[in-house]
Design a protein around this ligand. Structure first.
Ligand SMILES: [Zn+2]
Length: 396
């Protein structure tokens, strides 16, 4: 049993590394050809950033593999020996805290490197050590409270129901919906300051854009994203017809009014086409598959790992192996998402103008140093958005 698990994970690691090397080769070759869309200097910089990110991703994959081997071969059973006596709900919570804590500590140097060295070197990251440390502490507090409650809930369900995986799926799906609902108003403000947009003209244009799409605004806000990063973005928050519009200060600074409206028009397109609902349905399907799988693992898996068949080990296995399941489903999810992006682009360009959206997309790519092309395998597995070259072509 152990060898099947090990082989599956090994193949997963190999595929990930293979795709990364293909992408690096593709970008390394493309960077010497004529620059498209971006200015020659941005094009080259975007290529270098892409290659650095892929190399970093390969290291992360290997570190994850090391962690997997550690947990499977030694960690899970050792932790169980230390922490578990009766296998009750609270012991499961402590076990999962320890499990995630170890993963977090191992991943922390990588995250610090990525933020303070890789992204700083390319001029994206503006974060200082204090903001970073505060972010980490806030995220940790959130995890201890909310994560602990969720683990307790799942552990209780496992102990209480025979077909627990169905109930567990229902409960976690409800939690995911709830978090999505409270994210823009309760969670995001923990990390960023939200200020009402102080540009009455732009605000009025955004309100009328929403109105045309049949939505109501529950405020247009700007967040201080520039304290961490120079990259640009915007999003809509909230369920139902009432939307909170959130603009990164970096976006307001760099885009013209018409470009900004085109970007928001694109986001509105997602709402008009009910893409949120499709995404929710897709995540529900993915969760159901995972619960079905991890809720019905044969006893031989636990025996092979020398751990008891209890909530704590089931939850740890779920966390350890679910990336494999989502990796298998990613091409399906990505294809759907890329299809939706084209449709949202069409909507956005109709809201404002084709030119405005094209200029906005090009500015975004230029500021975010996103390389406008990718290897087909990379696109199939990882891209939720089509490459910029394709999006611009489709807008024509
Ligand atoms: Zn989109």
């Amino acid at each position: 049993m152990l060898s099947i698990l090990g082989t599956l994970y090994f193949v997963y690691v190999l595929i990930k590394l293979y795709i990364a090397t293909q992408e690096i080769g593709f970008v390394a070759k493309a960077q010497h050809q004529n620059a498209v869309i971006l200015s020659p200097s941005s094009f080259l910089k975007a290529a270098r950033y892409k290659i650095a990110s892929e190399r970093f991703g390969m290291v992360s994959t290997l570190v994850d593999y090391g962690l997997f081997l550690f947990w499977i071969g030694y960690g899970l059973r050792t932790l169980e020996g230390w922490l578990i006596t009766n296998g009750g709900v609270w012991e499961s919570v402590v076990f999962v805290y320890a499990f995630i804590g170890v993963n977090y500590l191992v991943g922390l140097p990588l995250d610090i490197y990525s933020t303070f060295f890789k992204d700083k070197a390319f001029g994206f990251s503006t974060i200082d050590a204090k903001t970073y440390a505060l972010d980490q502490l806030k995220a940790m507090a959130l995890f201890v409270v909310a994560g602990g409650a969720i683990v307790a809930l799942v552990a209780w369900i496992i102990l209480s129901f025979a077909s627990w995986w169905l109930w567990g799926f229902g409960a976690i799906f409800a939690v995911v919906l709830f978090i999505n609902m409270i994210y823009p108003t309760l969670i995001a403000p923990i990390f960023n300051r939200f200020t009402p947009l102080e540009n009455p003209e732009l605000s009025a244009s955004i309100e009328s854009l929403l109105q045309k799409a049949g939505l109501k605004s529950s405020g247009v806000f700007m967040i201080d994203a520039s304290k961490r990063d120079k990259r640009l973005n915007a999003y809509f928050g909230g369920l139902g017809k009432s939307k909170r519009v959130v603009l990164f200060d970096t976006l307001v600074e760099k885009l013209s009014k018409s470009e900004l409206l085109a970007v928001l028009g694109h986001e509105l397109g997602h709402f008009k086409h009910k893409d949120m609902l499709k995404n929710v349905a897709m995540s529900a399907f993915m969760l159901l598959v995972m619960f079905g799988l991890f809720g019905n693992l044969p006893a031989s898996v636990y025996e092979a790992l020398h751990v008891s068949m209890s909530p704590h080990s089931t939850i740890a296995l779920f966390l350890l192996l679910s990336p494999l399941v989502s990796f298998v489903m990613m091409p399906l999810f990505g294809a759907m998402s890329r299809h939706n992006e084209y449709a949202a682009d069409a909507y956005g360009s109709a809201c404002e103008s084709k030119e405005a959206l094209k200029n906005a997309l090009m500015k975004l790519a230029d500021e975010n140093k996103s390389f406008p092309m990718s290897h087909p395998l990379q696109i199939a597995f990882y891209h939720t958005h089509p490459p910029l070259v394709e999006r611009l072509k489709r807008l024509e």
